[in-house]
Design a protein around this ligand. Structure first.
Ligand SMILES: *Cc1c(COP(=O)(O)O)cnc(C)c1O
Length: 395
C-alpha cells in the first residue's frame, strides 16, 4: 500500500506555509452576487466576464439540445462522436474569430495539449515560451520533445536572443513562439505585433492563448488577434469557452490545412470524448449573442474603467493591468490574505493570490470585473476596499 502519511505531512507543510488552498463552495449559480459558505457575497473572483454562466438564452439552448441530442456524444470525435452541432460550433467560432477553421476540444487546457506536441513535438523543433505563460502551455510543452527556450516576460530583446539561438545554434527544424494573450495574474497584454514581426524575421510560427482575451479584447470580444488587426499572421489562437463564454470547452483556430491535420493527429481529439450536446449548444448560443451585439463587452469595459479609476483615486496600486483583470497589489502575502478575509466578512468575495501562483513578494488581491456588476455593486466594493485599505494602512 501507498504510504499516505507522506501525503499527510506534505499537506501539513502546505498549511504551515500558508499555501493550502481553501476551496470555497458556491451554493448558488455564478453571478454578480453568490452564496458562499452560507453567506451572500459580491463576487469579484469569477472569469464570467460577460455573465453568460447563468444566462437564460444559454440555459434554454442547453435544455433544448438535451431533448434533441441526448446527454452524451457516445464516442470520441474521430469514431462516432462528432455530431452536427459540434461542426456548427466549429464553423461559428471560425467566423467569430475571422479564422479559416477551428477544432473544438474539451477545454482550453486540453487545447494546448492538442496543439503544441502535435505540431512541434520533434526533438529538432524549438519552442520559445514567455516565462509567465499559463500552466497548460507549460504542460503542453512538456509533452513535446522539442528543445525549450524561455524568454523574460514580454521582453522582445530576450525573445530575439532565444530566436537567434534556436535558428543559428540549434538549427531548429520548426520554431514556435508561444504566449498568453492576456496574462491572467497581472492583466497585461502580450506585445503581439512585435512578436509577429520577430517571428516573420526568423521564420518562426506564433501561437497565442487568448483565454482571457476572448469576449474581452477586439471588436465585440473577438480577441487579441482582432485587437491588433493581425488576422492571417498568427498561426494558432487557443480559445476557451469557460471564461467569457461562460460554459466549457476549448478550441484552436487557424489555417484550414492545419486544423484538418490536428483532427487527424491531436491525441485529445482522437482519444478523449468531446463535449456534450448541452455544452455545445450553450457555447453556440454565446457566440450568437456576441455576433448580434457588443453591448455586454462594452458594459464590461465601462465597469472595469470605472472601478480601476476609482481604486486609483483611493490610492491603490493596480500594477500593470490593461484589462478588466485588476490586481490590487499588496506585495506582502499576509496582508493580502488578511485583506481578503476582511473583505469576505464585509460581503465582498475577492481572493488573495500569493506564491507560487505569483512570485514571492508580489502578493495581491485579484479583482475580476464582470458585465453583470451594476454601478451599485462596484460602489459597494469600492467602499469596502477603502475601509479595509485604511484599516490595514495600505492607503
Ligand atoms: C484558464 C486558462 C486556460 C484553461 O482554460 P480551460 O478552458 O478552463 O481549461 C488555458 N490558458 C489560459 C491562458 C488560461 O487563462
Amino acid at each position: 500500500m501507498f504510504d499516505y502519511k507522506i501525503l499527510e505531512s506534505e499537506l501539513e507543510n502546505l498549511r504551515n506555509e500558508g499555501l493550502y488552498i481553501n476551496i470555497r463552495t458556491l451554493e448558488s449559480p455564478q453571478g454578480a452576487w453568490i452564496t458562499v459558505n452560507g453567506k451572500r457575497v459580491l463576487n469579484l473572483c469569477s472569469n464570467n466576464y460577460l455573465g453568460f454562466a447563468n444566462d437564460e438564452r444559454l440555459k434554454r439552448s442547453a435544455i433544448k439540445a438535451i431533448e434533441e441530442w441526448g446527454v452524451g456524444p457516445g464516442a470520441v470525435r474521430t469514431i462516432a462522436g462528432t455530431m452536427k452541432i459540434h461542426e456548427e460550433l466549429e464553423r461559428a467560432l471560425a467566423d467569430f474569430k475571422g479564422a479559416e477553421a477551428t477544432i473544438f476540444l474539451q477545454s482550453g487546457f486540453v487545447a494546448n495539449q492538442a496543439a503544441i506536441p502535435t505540431l512541434f513535438g520533434d526533438e529538432n523543433d524549438a519552442i520559445i515560451s514567455d516565462e509567465l505563460n499559463h500552466a497548460s502551455i507549460i504542460d503542453g510543452v512538456r509533452l513535446s520533445k522539442a528543445k525549450r527556450y524561455v524568454y523574460k516576460h514580454n521582453d522582445m530583446n530576450d525573445l530575439e536572443e532565444r530566436l537567434k539561438e534556436a535558428r543559428n545554434v540549434q538549427n531548429a527544424r520548426r520554431i514556435l513562439i508561444v504566449t498568453d494573450g492576456v496574462f491572467s495574474m497581472d492583466g497585461d497584454i502580450a506585445p503581439l505585433p512585435e512578436i509577429v514581426e520577430l517571428a516573420e524575421r526568423y521564420g518562426a510560427a506564433v501561437m497565442v492563448d487568448d483565454a482571457h482575451g476572448e469576449g474581452v479584447l477586439g471588436r465585440g470580444g473577438r480577441g487579441i488577434v482582432d485587437h491588433f488587426g493581425l488576422h492571417g499572421r498568427v498561426d494558432m489562437e487557443i480559445g476557451t469557452l469557460s471564461k467569457a463564454f461562460g460554459v466549457l470547452g476549448g478550441y484552436i483556430a487557424g489555417n484550414e490545412t492545419l486544423i484538418r491535420y490536428l483532427k487527424q493527429k491531436a491525441r485529445p481529439f482522437l482519444f478523449s470524448t468531446g463535449l456534450t450536446p448541452a455544452d455545445v449548444a450553450a457555447c453556440l448560443e454565446a457566440v450568437k449573442i456576441l455576433q448580434e451585439s457588443d453591448d455586454r463587452v462594452k458594459k464590461l469595459w465601462d465597469n472595469a474603467n470605472y472601478f480601476k479609476t476609482e481604486m486609483k483615486k483611493l490610492g491603490f496600486d493596480l500594477g500593470v493591468s490593461q484589462t478588466p483583470i485588476t490586481p490590487v497589489m499588496l506585495y506582502d502575502a499576509k496582508v493580502a490574505s488578511q485583506f481578503s478575509r476582511e473583505l469576505f466578512e464585509e460581503g465582498v468575495f475577492a481572493q488573495s493570490i500569493g506564491y507560487p501562483t505569483v512570485p514571492k513578494g508580489k502578493a495581491r488581491i485579484r479583482v475580476m470585473i464582470s458585465a453583470v456588476h451594476s454601478k451599485e455593486d462596484l460602489d459597494f466594493a469600492l467602499e469596502k476596499f477603502e475601509k479595509i485599505g485604511k484599516k490595514l494602512g495600505v492607503i
